[in-house]
Design a protein around this ligand. Structure first.
Ligand code: ADP
Ligand code: MG
Length: 678
């Protein structure tokens, strides 16, 4: 019988009351308990002498109880227990609150391991409510579980131990043996034993790796099954690989990751029976555009057209310029199609697209319009995908005869969410930045220090660099937020009287925006005051400072994207976050920005602090609740996704009897979907 069918009350010491407490933790069965992994661990093997502790840190000490425990009654019916302990180097006081069992658990003259945070008090060092364990049954590493009031770590640990003992000698492993072997994973029994009671750190690592893999595999399979679409035969198999030819024309050497991404795409287009359906995820500045250009080149040389759609006009025209440059020594004809072209220009562009005169079409939503008809569309690429809805991707795919589809995204979608949004796509990760980038230094300042920041910016400008200043609003509203127009006006009158300042915001006409962007690009404008319209994709290598006003107003992913506008060239770059907001949450978010430039980490923090709303827009999505997998474990995500693919190739609906265990887990994971993550 499955342990998921054995109620937790079957365990010794678990009566009605504790059963209810466990159910608060969503643990109902013995199986649930076994899958209730520790939140963290205490490493009891790492013992510190009492004489060596310092205030505020956590330690394990090995000490002997020097007296009988004293119980002191406090107001409100609370109690406190106190006892002094010693080791060969000195004494320490221990206090415990509201646990009347302490006197019966800690015995005079016996030695225990204690683990807790040490505070310096008037009378010496003290540990408050330490965990403890008698020397003889001390595991070197012991689990710490998430708890609920009334349920302590001891009770949970003991229950888990008993639950594990109920596992049969041979557990049927849901992951088929071949996959375990191929991905070097330990067995389920080993993993379950060692995730709770690791024999050492390596065993813990192995156990965790296996369980994370398993959970992601299950999620992955579930998503793929949910979204599995009938893969049609593609009529667009490409004959020849032109990658080498393209690469030799590039002004720089591709990174290994860029190269791999191109190989993935070209393989899809040459060797798969169904159209390419791929997502390339790469942090800002990782060089996705060049990968795209290679894919377009491949299409064109094989006799097809390629379409490249960007979310904004600025970005579309920038890509257009970039492509003109990439392909300047070729006969490839590139067409720009955006909403701001005049009706006559659009008409002429569409004629060239329909006749096949245009090889590569770069543009905005205008590409999607009914009146855009392709001559022979081979591949449709969308940049910065999260700006486009899934329906728009579908619309682009409907142009031509099931073209190959490539989607580009900067990372700030946590990967597991990405899997959900892009569950039907194959994923390639560009996990490397082109060489020579220097870390962007990020500072958080209050508005009092703004003048100093502006002087710093001046000094950068005097070295010939350029700068972005981002404000949350366009025009002065009721609020005290900074607006781009007023801000720019003020700068022009004060600090930057002698410096060309430009303004860019979403309410401007496309032509004017393009014009400003072009002047910033060329260096004519030195300081660009803008709203978040510069967030996406623009590339000005000479810009070295990004100052963001009212930084608390922006999600971390937005801040990360904004920051990605600098640090693109050889010069050291800076990001200055200005905020007077004192809330803990804000401080945590903004300090995360200062601490790391890892897009995944930032996205995960954003997810934790603000929920998935930012990633999904206003739509509510129920997501499966994950118990151990970490969003940022990119390596395991892609390995498990490979395994999912292999399994589906082996048995397209997982109906093979050997996959029964996995099927059950998928059901279980997706049953847990409601009420999570919101
Ligand atoms: P993103 O992935 O954010 O779209 P881009 O494609 O805009 O990044 O590339 C960022 C910058 O890096 C561009 O100026 C581009 O020319 C440059 N770049 C891209 N790949 C390389 C490379 N392999 N070596 C040097 N520079 C590169
Ligand atoms: Mg880009």
């Amino acid at each position: 019988m499955s342990l998921f069918a054995v109620p937790i009350s079957k365990l010794s010491g678990i009566g009605k009351k504790r059963e209810e407490l466990f159910s608060k933790l969503n643990i109902h069965s013995v199986g649930d308990l076994i899958r209730f992994y520790p939140r963290t661990y205490e490493n009891w093997s790492d013992v510190t002498l009492i004489s060596e502790v310092t205030h505020g840190e956590k330690y394990v000490i090995k000490a002997t109880v020097s007296e009988a425990v004293r119980t002191i009654r406090l107001s409100g019916g609370r109690i406190m227990c106190r006892v002094a302990v010693f080791d060969e180097s000195g004494y320490m006081n221990l206090v415990f609150f509201n646990n009347r069992y302490i006197p019966s658990m800690l015995h005079y003259g016996e030695t225990y391991l204690f683990y807790g945070r040490v505070m310096k008090e008037a009378i010496g060092y003290q540990m408050t409510s330490p965990e403890f364990s008698s020397i003889k049954d001390a595991d070197s590493i012991s689990p710490v579980y998430n708890l609920t009031a009334g349920l302590n770590n001891r009770v949970v640990t003991k229950a888990v131990r008993e639950a594990l003992s109920m596992l049969p000698e041979e557990i049927r492993d849901p992951i088929p043996y071949q996959i375990l072997n191929q991905y070097h994973l330990c067995t389920l029994s080993y993993a379950l034993e060692n995730i709770h009671f690791p024999s050492d750190l390596r065993a813990l690592e192995k156990a965790r790796e296996r369980l994370v893999f398993e959970e992601l595999l299950v999620l992955n399979l579930g998503m793929r099954l949910l979204k599995s679409r009938v893969s049609e035969q593609t009529p667009l198999r490409m004959e020849k690989d032109y990658t080498a030819e393209f690469i030799s024309s590039l002004p720089f050497e591709l990174t290994r990751a860029q190269h791999n991404a191109i190989v993935d795409c070209v393989n899809d287009m040459m060797h798969k029976t169904s159209p390419m359906n791929r997502l390339i995820q790469g942090d800002v500045g990782s060089g996705k555009t060049a990968v795209c250009a290679a894919v377009c080149y491949q299409c064109v040389r094989n006799g097809y057209q390629a379409a490249f759609m960007a979310p904004t006009e600025i970005l579309a025209s920038q890509h257009y310029e970039t492509f003109l440059h990439f392909f300047e020594d070729t006969d490839i004809k590139i067409e720009l199609l955006t909403g701001s072209l005049s009706a006559a220009e659009k008409k002429r562009a569409r004629e060239r697209i329909e006749s096949g005169d245009a090889d590569i079409v770069i543009g905005t939503h205008a590409i999607l319009s009914e009146s855009t008809v392709f001559h022979r569309l081979g591949c449709a690429i969308t940049d910065e995908q999260h700006r486009f809805g899934v329906d728009q991707r579908a619309k682009l795919a409907s142009k031509g005869e099931q073209p190959h589809i490539l989607v580009l995204s900067a990372t700030p979608i946590p990967r597991t969410l990405g899997l959900i949004i892009y569950g039907d796509l194959d994923i390639t990760v560009i996990d490397e930045l082109p060489p020579g980038r220097t870390e962007i230094q990020t500072l958080l300042i209050s508005s009092e220090k703004r003048d100093r920041a502006l002087s710093f910016i001046r000094s950068q400008l005097s070295e010939g660099r350029q700068c972005y200043i981002v404000c949350p609003l366009v025009d002065e509203g009721e609020s005290d937020l900074n607006s781009a127009t007023d801000y720019a006006a003020e700068l022009m009158l004060t600090h930057f009287r002698d410096i060309p300042v430009g303004i860019l915001h979403g309410k401007m006409k496309s032509k004017d925006k393009d014009d400003v962007m072009r002047r910033f690009s060329s260096g004519e404008i030195m300081v660009l005051v803008s709203t978040t319209v510069v967030e996406v994709g623009v590339d000005v290598k000479n810009a070295t400072v990004m100052m963001i006003e009212n930084a608390e107003r922006f999600g971390l992913s937005t801040l990360h994207q904004l920051r990605g506008r600098v640090g693109r060239g050889e010069h050291k770059s800076y990001c200055i976050l200005v905020s007077d907001n004192e809330s803990e949450n804000t401080k945590l978010r903004l300090s995360t920005m200062c601490r790391t430039s890892n897009g995944f980490e930032i996205a995960d923090m954003d997810l934790k602090l603000r929920g998935p709303g930012d990633f999904f827009g206003s739509r509510q999505h129920g997501l499966p609740k994950l118990s151990i997998a970490d969003f940022s474990d990119t390596d395991t995500v892609s390995r498990s996704s490979d395994a999912a693919k292999e399994l589906l190739e082996f048995s397209s609906d997982l109906s093979d009897p050997s996959l029964k265990g996995l099927r059950a887990e998928i059901r279980q994971l997706f049953e847990n979907t409601e009420n999570t993550m919101n």
